[in-house]
Ligand binder design. Structure first.
Ligand code: B1N
Length: 846
């Protein structure tokens, strides 16, 4: 049908002969880059630096992506398939240029072209700032899922916020304290975004909500503050496909330049204040990970983003000319954790107040559109909003939430009486009612976002097998008993092999393609193909090449550290890496205490025996929420002492690399021999860096937690170094700590010795570390004491295994070979099939 459509305007041949395709040869590429230097940047060869050349190259690549992007969007519009929308408050994209060149298969042409213009592509890639609009795993997962959606030809858009400042830049003071600086990532202009000034929506805050007719449930929400949401589009190119999806990020702006009423009344400051507060909404990403603060601005961010996204989704749906009851046949909305849960009452508001649907009908639509992913069972991370704050900022939504919850017998809307339905199923169980209520009693009352997300969604999933089970047996247990277990599922997280193997480890990627004799475009999109590498593990020559690549990746990391920090790293050592947000449950403390233990043991050896020890370099990186500053300080000061100790420094050294980012991960991960994923069992929902290390042939030291378990299932337990208590034991141990505490000196003498050395001042003023040391001596909620012996034994086994280098390399190969399951392509197809009911819509294939 598309071929016979009438051309919308002008002379079709003039249009069509002038429409460009993708530039695939070097001549076209240099022409386009020079053209951008000359026009977009208004510069010349005489005054062009690396930054300018990067920008011109990026704009040229962007032009190519736009060709595909336009074609994809037109194709989706014509085909009118069901679409999915991924609502995430965080998208941790990292850099774009290299990834785009690889996905478009234009890297070698650009390399040549950039060379001809007198620059090096490698240098230009380093000019790009990370787009760091996320805290950690949750935000990076969203970015991997966008890459996979496009690569799998799925009609998926992301929706998020265009923060002016991403996650803070981390600096480390000489004393070892974390300092935070703003991340002005947009200062150099961002060539990867397209401002869509014409795509904008008004979003209301505060004001009054007046119920119109009690029987029907409608209301009129007026007054308050109106803020404008303006769209910025980021193109998401798929790998080896023309499909190019969209990530739409909203920026907040005052509706008018400033508040005219105040301005007229001569209150210039008041006028500017209101314009400031509109812009403030998208000014900064909240750097909190696993903690909620109940801040008004955060709630405004959440509503601003969900309201703009829903308005946009509904407008696109309405263009199809379908009736609103078909909405769930054309739209699936994935809620990335509870952050976008306000979308549920917001869609109710639109359907009832604006579309004039009755309550039950609206609720039926809503509960068929939304899907909810939970990412943590830690109680402190479960979002709750004070009712008075919600009433103030979103009076209409608070009414709707109360209506969903309503128990009142006088209420006439049967299906919305959630608690009444619970009461009917479990008569007289008042505690259950209280647990399941959307409102937690107390001063103040609070809205429980996980409960709202759960009852308002069609299906709910966790992010690894163990985690999904824990979701169903702990935080959402009552809901499983009420709705039945089929509403709950698991989608184990995945990572994109494009960025996390091909891009970050090009030599390994090449070796894999040449060994398997298949083009990378094939195995990168069917990662189970790596399985065939297992048979080459027996091949000595292959093992040598494999090991040589690891060695060069270590040297690449060492070079990076040398040039950025000035340290000389021993590349003959085993590289042991723990990189992730600092958090008590992730137990960086266990790692650093283990390092101190190793240091004390080394000191006790004779020089002759020391020479037999396998040298090791330990790397840490990660940003900390304010409560965990002390761990960084300890790591930095332990590093200061042991790196300077002439007796031991050849055998053990330690680095804390500041300002962990996606780009730094891309250098660290391919260089690791082992990586540590050592959360207390049952606390890390999945983890995704564990997958990245293993895909790059690094072995895993870990607890029986999150996705570690499934990685071991795939690669074989003989290739993983597991330790520590299992999830069922954790609760008992905590109970014991509480009622029958055993002092550390008795429970674990080697650990007590380590703690005493810290308190005694071996790493500077011991008093500084008292609070940290006391979390272990008293209470020890995360069971450092209980797992310490087992941890040290696991590390000893690592040392022993590393001595047999041939066997080690075999383990490394077999690990990579068996990581097929952890491609985010598998994960996203699982969402498409088991949750969204979405089909691939490939461009140019019909
Ligand atoms: O989400 C990742 C998992 O792999 C990790 O195990 C999990 O810890 C992480 C509040 C969070 N859970 N919860 C958050 C982030 C920001 C925030 O404001 C919570 N992050 C995770 C991907 O599934």
């Amino acid at each position: 049908a598309s071929g016979k459509e009438k051309w919308p305007r002008g002379d079709e041949t003039v249009w069509k002969t002038n429409m460009r395709g993708v530039d695939a040869d070097v001549g076209d590429i240099t022409k386009s880059v020079v053209n951008h230097v000359q026009t977009s940047l208004a510069r010349q060869a005489y005054n062009l630096d690396n930054l300018g050349a990067y920008q011109a190259a990026a704009l040229s690549v962007r032009d190519n992506m736009l060709v595909n992007w336009n074609e994809t969007q037109l194709h989706y519009t014509r085909k009118a398939p069901k679409r999915a929308y991924y609502l995430s408050l965080e998208f941790l994209m990292g850099r774009t240029l290299d990834n785009a060149l690889l996905n478009l298969d234009l890297k070698s042409q650009y390399k040549d072209g950039i060379n001809q213009l007198g620059f090096s592509l490698e240098d230009l890639l380093e000019e790009e700032r990370d787009a760091a609009l996320g805290n950690g795993g949750l935000g990076r997962l969203a970015a991997c899922y966008l890459d996979s959606s496009a690569s799998q030809d799925l009609p998926v858009w992301g929706y998020g916020l265009r923060y002016k400042y991403g996650i803070f830049q981390q600096l480390i003071s000489p004393e070892g304290n974390q300092l935070e600086a703003p991340d002005p990532w947009l200062d150099n202009q961002n060539p990867w975004e397209l401002p869509r000034i014409d795509v904008n929506y008004e979003v209301r805050f505060y004001g009054q909500s007046e119920r119109l007719s009690e029987g029907h449930g409608r209301a009129l929400w007026t007054g308050g503050q109106e803020v404008l949401a303006v769209a910025y589009d980021v193109m998401i190119p798929g790998c080896n496909t023309r499909n190019t999806n969209n990530l739409r990020l909203w920026e907040s702006k005052p509706k008018r330049g400033f508040d005219l009423n105040s301005f007229n009344a001569g209150n210039y400051e008041g006028a500017v204040e209101s314009s400031n507060s509109a812009a403030a909404i998208t000014s900064v990403l909240y750097p909190n990970d696993h903690t909620t603060f109940g801040k008004e601005l955060r709630l405004k961010q959440q509503y601003f983003w969900t309201a703009a996204s829903l308005a946009d989704i509904i407008r696109r749906f309405k263009n199809l000319g379908k009736s609103i009851n078909e909405f769930p046949d054309y739209v699936a909305i994935q809620l990335n954790d509870t952050h976008p849960t306000l979308a549920i009452p917001e869609l109710m508001r639109i359907l009832i107040d604006e579309e004039d649907l009755d309550w039950n009908f609206a609720w039926q639509i809503v509960t068929n559109v939304f899907f909810f992913t939970n990412h943590t069972v830690l109680p402190e991370a479960l979002e709750k909003w004070p009712v008075p704050l919600m009433e103030h900022i979103l009076p209409r939504h608070m009414q709707i939430i109360y209506d969903i919850k309503a128990v009142s017998n006088t209420n006439t809307f049967a299906a919305r009486i959630f608690l009444q339905a619970v009461e009917k199923k479990f008569p007289g169980d008042r505690e259950r009612l209280a647990r399941m209520s959307l409102i937690e009693e107390g001063f103040p009352k609070q809205v429980r976002m996980a409960n709202l997300a759960c009852i308002g969604s069609r299906r709910i999933n966790g992010v690894a097998e163990l985690h999904s089970k824990l979701v169903q047996t702990t935080i959402l247990k009552d809901f499983v008993e009420f709705f039945g277990v089929s509403k709950f599922g698991n989608v184990t997280n995945g990572i994109t092999p494009r960025r996390w193997l091909d891009q970050c480890n090009p030599e390994l990627s090449k070796l894999i393609s040449s060994t398997l004799k298949i083009d990378k475009s094939v195995w990168l999109k069917d990662l189970y193909k790596l399985k065939d590498l297992v048979k080459y593990a027996a091949d000595k020559g292959f093992r040598a090449e494999w090991a040589a690549i690891k060695q060069r990746n270590k040297e690449r990391l060492a070079h990076h550290i040398e040039t950025t920090l000035g340290f000389t790293v021993n590349t003959n050592a085993m590289f042991d890496v723990q990189i992730k947000r600092l958090h008590e449950y992730k137990r960086q403390t266990l790692n650093i205490l283990g390092v101190i233990h190793r240091y004390l043991e080394l000191k006790a050896l004779t020089p002759a025996l020391r020479k037999k020890v396998n040298p090791k370099v330990v790397f840490f990186a990660g940003k900390a929420a304010p409560a965990f500053f002390k761990t960084i300080r300890l790591i930095v000061n332990v590093a200061r002492v042991i790196n300077a100790d002439p007796e031991t420094k050849d055998y053990l050294s330690l680095y804390f690399l500041p300002d962990y980012s996606v780009s730094l991960a891309e250098v660290l991960i391919p260089a690791s021999d082992i990586s540590q994923h050592i959360s207390t069992a049952g606390t890390e929902a999945s983890g995704t860096s564990n997958m990245k290390f293993c895909l790059n042939g690094g072995l895993l030291v870990g607890t029986v937690d999150g996705a570690n378990i499934e990685i071991a299932e795939e690669v074989g337990e003989e290739n993983v170094f597991f330790f520590g208590h299992l999830t069922p034991a954790v609760e008992d141990l905590r109970y014991q700590h509480m009622y029958h505490p055993v002092p550390v000196d008795e429970a674990c003498p080697p650990l007590a010795n380590v703690l005493n050395q810290i308190s005694g001042g071996l790493f500077g003023d011991g008093g500084v570390y008292e609070p940290l040391v006391n979390t272990i001596r008293q209470g020890d909620y995360y069971l450092v004491t209980d797992d310490f012996d087992s941890y040290i034994r696991a590390l000893a086994m690592v040392d022993e295994a590393y001595l047999d280098r041939d066997e080690w390399v075999k383990k490394s190969i077999c690990t990579t070979a068996n990581m097929g399951k952890f491609s985010s392509d598998r994960a996203i197809m699982d969402y498409a099939q088991e949750y969204w009911n979405l089909e691939p819509i490939p461009v140019g294939k019909d």
